[in-house]
Design a protein around this ligand. Sequence first.
Ligand code: SAM
Ligand code: SF4
Length: 334
Amino acid sequence: MKDGHGRTIDYLRISLTDRCNFRCIYCMPEEGVQQLAHDDILRIEEMEQAVRIAAGMGIRSVRLTGGEPLVRKGVVDLVRAISHMPGIENVSMTTNGVLLPKMAAELKNAGLSRVNISLDTLDPEQFRQITRRGELQQTLDGIEAALATGFNPVKINAVTVRSLNQDYLAFAKLSIDRPLHVRFIEYMPVGESAGSHGCGWGQEDVVPSEELHELINARARAEGMDELVPAGKHQPLGWGPARYFEFPGAKGTVGFISPLSRHFCSECNRLRLTADGKLRPCLFSDDEYDLRTALRGDGGDAAVRAVFAEALGAKPDEHHDKVGTDRGMSQIGG
Ligand code: SAM
Ligand code: SF4
């Protein structure tokens, strides 16, 4: 599938649910977002149908996200169905990790290729403040479960926020002894225009990746460690816009994802499907295309394909620094 700007689109991110067992301050309000009505959410079979049709059009890689994808009933069945579909080369997931100790093995058996686990702080008290209802140990146990189950790569996604004063070097060091790929992601003030989370962070909390990279190197030097060097053979597999580095001799890598300071729109390869069945050509734009009506209508596969084609044709060339959206991350799927 080519979009109107010549980019090959082969990656679909699906938000399985807008619900979550956490309430991260930058993602959801304390009381949760106004939940979608049961009927508005795509059924698992409808998601399967969407992926089957998308695979026929050129989608090769699917990422399951949310909300928290592991709280969605039927998630293992969905993984099993789509990981075996002709054309689909890999199915991955972004999760807060809490349910991985329980579910990692069945997900792997069902065909899940990779997991990204979100973890923004290594301080137990700060973890409680950020997630509002999570314990650091739960996510750490999730990471252990992912490694023990043999997922490879296991990536850790850490959103960097200046006013959190995270210990960046401690995060980066997680990559040394074990094959963990720590990725720092610039905070994106998404959902702000709806005032949907009100965590009080703004543009000034974005830590540009270049600055972060230098901060980590400076801290490493101060501790007598080597600096990061461009990642060689450990570069983790996976579609994605991170630039990877490693400490010499480390088992894993350190990646930087810079949606704002060095945007990667020219390499964008993705479409997003929200839990209520809307196709979003761009994370940062509220432009949406109604796949759900096509999936439930009597136009068959052709009608669904037409909506995919419409969304594809509407992909903007770049986000033009507009990052506010009406829907929060938990609704769009991050
Ligand atoms: N619940 C899962 C999790 O937390 O991994 C999947 C959904 S979550 C919305 C997906 C990713 O988006 C997480 O890594 C989260 O940290 C990130 N995210 C949420 N809000 C964000 C924001 N405003 N800026 C940058 N990343 C954000
Ligand atoms: Fe839930 Fe993930 Fe959003 Fe945190 S970032 S509230 S874990 S969906």
